[in-house]
Structure formats: structure tokens, C-alpha cells
Design a protein around this ligand. Sequence first.
Ligand code: 1GP
Length: 243
Amino acid sequence: MLVYKHILEATAKGKKLFAVLIDPDKFELAHTENFIKKVNVSMASHIFVGGSFVADNATEILVKTIKRHTDLPVVLFPGDVSQITENADALLFLSLLSGRNADYLIGKHVKAVSKLRDTDLEVIPTGYILIESGVKTAVSIATGTSAMSRTKVQPILDTASAGQFLGMRLIYLEAGSGAKQPVTNAIIKAVKSELQIPLIVGGGLRTKSQIENAYASGADVVVVGTAFEEDEGLFKELKKNKD
Ligand code: 1GP
């Protein structure tokens, strides 16, 4: 099934989705098989691959290796055009709505088209909103944009809604990889109540209870990366759901 259709159907049924994020820049290729074995028996529904600073070709090699060990959909979450590879199942076509850097709103997208034209990658327009989290994150540095204030909900709400009006299929609330503080429950609740499209939440989520809080507040998809880089023991707490 197509990735977006699956997300829509799961969201409609209230079934929560979970993405394990692998950053090719921080991940040891030789560790792929062992790591993916743990992902396969966890509650993960998707594997996201991407990062802010990734060497050319690293994504393609990693995606090919991951695909040898799992049937889960692999979704690109790229920091740059060079991270697009046709070996994945889908691409989050991210527009950084929280910033005013034209390159990350539309410029990189135009550059991506020549790569996308000849692939079967499913392209999913995604409004990406960076929210402050206690530390300056890689996204902020790489894009030269500031995160939105975590205490002012209305501008975040307006930004997410503008994304929906523009035709985005997903909204991604991002605290940034390794964030000290994840996106607040209040922000997730407010944004979810206004959206008709699925909501992804990620950044700084390290424990099962933080993940459950994000779901309870309205996240349809939760993304976790750094917590697994720090301690793969978390997989034991995130066992596959019995349907
Ligand atoms: C980062 O939202 C993702 O872009 C995941 O963040 O690495 O902090 O889990 P973490």
C-alpha cells in the first residue's frame, strides 16, 4: 500500500504510527542488520532516513542495506537534495514553514525535481515546523532559520493551518534532533484540533511515557531517533502492538 494512504487509513482508525529515524551521518553501516532486527520486532511502522549533514551517497547505501532486512516502508526525511534516492518507498517533501529561508521553502524542491522525475518515489508534501527546544538544533544551523517560540501557540497554529491551506498532506512538528525539550502537549493538542491532515511529532522524545503523551495529545505519527542512538534498550519497551 502507498505510504500516505496507509498513514491516512491508520489515522482515520485512531491507530498510532511510529517511525524510527536513522541518520546516515551518525549510523554505522555494519550495524544495520542488528539494528533493523530490533526495529522489526518493535512497534515501528516506518523507518525514516535522513539528517541535516549527510555525505553524498551515504543515504543510498544505507537505504539499500536497510531494505535487505525489513519489509517496513522506508521514508526519506532529507536534509538536502543529495539525500534523495529511488531505493526508498517515499519521500517527505519538506517545506520549512517556520522559517523564511526561500531555499528551504521552495528552492531545494525545484532542484530536487530532476532527481525525482525518473523515480517511482512517492512524494508526500509535508509542512515542517521547527519549534524551540532549549538548544540550537542542527536544522536551525543547517537552514539558517530560527525555531518558533514554544510558548506562543497561536503563530504555530496559524503556520500549520497555512500549510494545510497550501495543500500539504502532513504537518511535522519538530523540536529538532536531540532536543532538550520535546514539543509541548499544548502545542500538539492545539495543532491537532485544527488540522484535517495527519500530524507527525518528533525531536527529543526519549521515553515511552513521552511518546505516549505525544499520542494522547494528538500526534498520529511519532518519530524517535536520538534515543535509540543513545540506548537501544528502549526497543524493549516499545514492543510490536498486537492487532
Ligand atoms: C529529528 O524529529 C526527529 O528530526 C527525531 O528527533 O533524534 O531527537 O529523536 P530525535
